[in-house]
Design a protein around this ligand. Sequence first.
Ligand code: GRF
Length: 198
Amino acid sequence: MKRLPIGILGSGKGSNCRAILERIRSGDLAAEARVVISDVLDAPILDIAREFSVANAYLPPGQFRTRLEPEAEEELVKMLRGAGVGLVVLAGFMRVLRAPMLRAFPQRIINIHPSLLPKFTGLEAWKQALAAGEKVTGCTVHYVDERVDHGQIIAQREVAILPDDTPERLHARIQILEHELYPAVIAQFCQQYRGRSL
Ligand code: GRF
């Protein structure tokens, strides 16, 4: 079976990466994880890649805090192209991507965010939703563009906010849905890939 080659980028704990790799391993997702790359040397997401025997790499990000140094971003493009990646999956990657990546992978970079975008972009979006007194929040998978948590929305799932919710409990429920939604969206890309429209 033709498998979509994906590359996963993340800076943190990697629970979405794990969910994706588990679905691939169980045969539910017709993708092939070619590489996992992190801008954080000791990020748990790299340990998860090793646990699943997926090629992995640390990418030194350079001097900036919220984006990659241009040379680092060019290097990232090379790494992903070298691995034959057709879809770039951001899973908790804490840097804004710019022209080198966006030009190299047009409409081929997706991200997951813990809110119902366009509401609550940026950090700790579940806390923002709680503080705003929302009754419902959720998670969104979207195409990545040059703005933070912006770009065409592909799919969303809703999570009810309960009267006695804490940020931790709400975030945990959102993450459970993320782990369903992200593999489901990647499965749609896999279908297009098999039909050769990707
Ligand atoms: C997720 O909540 C995702 O929505 C956001 O970053 C978090 C990554 O979590 N973009 P994990 O590293 O996949 O556990």
